[in-house]
Structure formats: C-alpha cells, structure tokens
Design a protein around this ligand. Structure first.
Ligand code: SF4
Length: 493
C-alpha cells in the first residue's frame, strides 16, 4: 500500500493489509525491487478520504506522538507502536489516528483507541485486522485495555462510524494471520498471482504481475475468465492459455456443464478466444454490420463520463462532436469537445438542462459511448427529470454502446475488451500517459480544493478535460475501425 518498502523482518500493519489484499503483494512489498513499483492514484484517494473523515470526526488538529498522549490530546497522530508477536517476531503499527476515550492509562485518567478510515461501503478484514494489530500494541503502550476499535467512513460527506469490539475471536484471527504472513514472507518465491485479477488494476505491482501472467500464459489472461471459471478449468486439467487453446470445444462444454448450463455455453467461446489470442487472429462473428446507425448519420457525438463512485456523483459529462463532410467522410478537423462540468451543489435539474440542450441541438446524431455506464446514467437522469416516455425511447435508441457492438460482431486477440486495451490495439495513444479514472477523480478532488473561494490547481482541471476528451477520441478510434470493417464487408469504400 505504501510507497516505501517495510523494514526487513518486521511485521507491520501495512504488510498485513497488503497480505490480506493479496498474499503475493506482501511478498513483493518485502522482497521485490522497489523500482518496479508503479504509482497508483488509489493510495492517494484513500489518504484524501481519510483526511476528510478525520476532519469530520475531530474538528481540532490532532497532536503528535508520545508528547500529545501525555498531554491527553483529543486526537493523536504519528505514534509508532512496537512490540513482539507470539513467536517472538518484531511487530510494528502506525495507526493513522488515536482517539481519546474514557479509561485509565499510564498517561492519566483517559485512554486511546485506534481509528481507521475505510474507503468503500463495506467493512472488511482488510480494515479490521491491521487496526486490531494497532490495538494490540496500543494496549501494551498505554497499559490499558482497548475494548473497541473505530472505523469511520463516508469520505467526510457524512460521517459513518463502525465500532468493532476487540474480541478474543478477532485477537485469534490476528495471531493466525500474522503467523501465516510471516510464513509467506520466508518463502524463496512469491505466492501465486491473485485469483481475482480485477484487484490488480489498483495495485502498485500490476506491471510486474502482468508481465508474469502473460509470460506464464495464465488463464486470467484470457478475456472472459475470472477467478471462478479459472478454478473450474483447473479442476478439469486446463491450467493455462495454451491448454485452453488446444482443448476440444465440445469436450470442454460437456465437462463445464456440470458446474451449470451457462458454463457449458461459454466454454466454446473461451476456447475460441484463447485460440484467437494464441494465434493473434481477428475473427468476424456476425455478417450484420456492427454500427449500421453510422451509415446515414449526419454526425456523431462521442460521450464519456467521469465519476466519483463513492459520492455517486458524475462530475463530468464530456462530448466530442464529429460532423460529417458532404462526401460522407467524418470531419475530424471540425471535431469539437463539449465538457459539461457538474458541481454537486448545481443539482441534477441544471445538469439535465445543459445535457438536453446539447442533445437537442444535434437531435439526429447517434451518441457513441464505451460500456454501459453512460447510457445507464443518462437514461436514469432523464427518467428522474420526467422526460416523456416517447422521448426516452428516442434517447435510448440514440445511445450506442461501442463495447457491446464489438463483442457482438468481433473476436479480437486481446486479453481485455476494455477501452484502453482495444483502442491501444487500434494504435490510439492517450496524451497523458498512465492516466485512468482513479487519477481523474484525484485531479477532480485536487481542483475542488477547499471550495469556490479556495480552488486547487487549475492544471488538475485541464488534465481531467484532456483525459476525458481522449477517452471520447479513443471510443472513436474503435468505432471508426468498426465502421470501416462494415463498409468493407458491404463492398463500400
Ligand atoms: S498485481 Fe495483482 S497479483 Fe500482483 S501483487 Fe498486486 S494484487 Fe497481487
């Protein structure tokens, strides 16, 4: 999680959190070359959330270190706790915040409890156990029990408090996890790649592990295989991409049916997908055009949303308007970007009016987007804003999910059909290297700063718009390829 490698042979709360996320991650944190770590916006978003939560919990600035504990400060940061585990191993924790509570400690007629801010909506072992480690070490440090741990959430918008009793059961889980963590760290080689590779997108070791997965021909490299299907395939003796590509599709379908009919149905598609990746082959799956709506369209709108998922707020609706020339070519020289920025206090009605104005101005133009997020968000907003049913149907018909169309008509030699993978395959390059949705969200928060009077960096806003515009153009890179293939198949130019 952190950016600096942990000290050798010490088990700390950060290593424990890494291990709970992915056993391999803790091993890499300890043993891998720090130069291979990649920056991730996730950690900064987490710190930003934490800061907001703590300000909501404790309006006054916390004190620092042991001196603040002696003074009985209401909140304390910067206290490094040390101790020993049951097997004599060195333990350390650096709780993000200690909160003063009732009790009797070596500092006086009060005690402290450790506090953690959670990101996301659920309280998990990833929150509880590192906090339990802080509690265990704090008990020795303050010479007073810690009956309860506190987890706060809500990103500072509304303060949510989860009180977690520090029970014998939780202590047992902590001891057991520390023992297994220590054992994993002593292994000469890293544990296997995470079964659920979706979590890798947020991980600083994604570069190292991605290279390893592709060198191994790991099953997770085949598009359509998640943790569950991978387990089923391994049970059937299919261990990697090469095994899957070499399997008989009918045999695999009949064997996978025993896990449920739906798995039998996808088995053939998985074999063909693996072959496509092995042989670097592009296959057309349907004779019907992928984007028939584009044949007569006078122009198109490319549409992409940037969101803050925790706040359930879409802060940017970005459109690129691409008109068509009289000779039916798409006129990219006259393409224009229309960002619609939405501050939470603007309210949805105002946002809808701006969107409706733009959509009405280009009423015959299809709206192309990648994935279902945009069409869901726009249709739901239109419904909430009481758009009549007939107009809602028209809007729905205009919204074209390029991702769904590509999946319906093409099989590509790619491990993912996400926008980044497909557009990069078509040669599209994003202006801002390494940017992603999480980074855009971080830039948004940096720009929001402390409110209208104290806005943060204007650069951050420029980067968000650049990234969003690029996502629209990346959607076009894929759509243009689809349209070209449609034209070639129908014998057009
Ligand atoms: S990239 Fe994935 S497999 Fe590798 S350490 Fe991170 S979560 Fe684990």
């Amino acid at each position: 999680m952190g950016d600096t490698p942990p000290a050798a042979n010490v088990l700390n709360d950060r290593l424990l959190r890494s291990w709970l996320r992915c056993r391999r991650k803790a091993w890499l944190d300890r043993h891998a070359d720090p130069a291979d770590r990649q920056w991730t916006a996730h950690r900064n978003l987490q710190l930003d959330d934490q800061q907001r939560c703590f300000v909501a919990l404790l309006p006054q600035r916390p004190g620092h270190g042991d001196a603040a504990c002696r003074d009985g400060a209401p909140g304390v940061v910067g206290l490094r706790l040390k101790g020993q585990g049951p097997a004599g191993e060195a333990l350390e924790a650096h709780p993000p915040l200690l909160l003063k509570v009732q009790g009797q400690s070596r500092w006086g007629r009060f005690a402290y409890q450790p506090v953690l801010a959670r990101q996301g909506r659920r309280l998990t072992r990833e929150h509880q156990l590192p906090l339990a480690l802080s509690a265990q070490l704090l008990e020795s440090e303050q010479q007073a029990p810690v009956p309860e741990l506190l987890v706060v959430g809500g990103g500072g918008r509304r303060l949510e408090r989860d009180r977690v009793p520090f029970t014998t059961g939780l202590k047992r889980q902590l001891t057991d996890s520390l023992r297994r963590l220590a054992h994993d760290l002593q292994r000469p080689n890293p544990p296997a790649l995470a079964a659920d590779r979706r979590k890798c997108t947020l991980c600083c070791w994604r570069g190292v592990c991605g290279a390893e997965a592709s060198a191994q021909g790991h099953l997770s490299e085949v598009s359509g295989i998640g943790a569950k299907r991978r387990e089923m395939l391994i049970e059937l003796g299919v261990h990697g991409l090469a095994d899957l590509a070499g399997a008989d599709p009918d045999w695999l379908a009949s064997r996978m049916e025993r896990f449920g009919d739906q798995h039998g149905e996808v088995a053939r598609a998985l074999v063909l997908q693996a072959r496509s990746q092995r042989d670097n082959r592009v296959t057309r799956l349907s004779a019907s055009p992928a984007l028939p709506e584009l044949i007569q369209a006078p122009g198109i709108l490319l549409y992409d949303i940037e969101s803050d998922p925790d706040a359930r707020h879409d802060f940017l609706h970005g459109f690129v308007r691409v008109p068509r020339c009289s000779d039916s070519r798409w006129d990219l020289d006259r393409a224009r970007y229309h960002p619609i920025l939405v501050l939470e206090h603007h309210g949805e009605a105002r946002c809808w009016r701006r969107l409706e104005r733009l959509l009405t101005r280009y009423r015959d133009w299809p709206v192309l987007h990648y994935g279902e997020t945009e069409s869901l968000a726009l249709r739901r907003m239109a419904q909430r804003q009481s758009l009549p049913d007939d107009q809602l149907r028209l809007l729905q018909r205009r919204l074209i999910d390029v991702h769904a169309r590509i999946r319906r008509v093409w099989r590509l030699p790619l491990s993912s059909y996400g926008l980044k993978a497909v557009a990069s395959w078509r040669g599209f390059r994003w202006t801002l290297q390494g940017a992603d949705g999480a980074r855009a969200l971080l830039w948004w928060r940096q720009w929001l700063g402390e409110g209208p009077q104290r806005r943060g960096s204007r650069h951050a806003l420029r980067w968000i718009l650049q990234y969003n515009r690029d996502d629209c153009l990346a959607t076009w890179a894929v759509a243009a390829w689809l349209a070209d293939q449609d034209a070639t198949a129908s014998g057009g130019s």
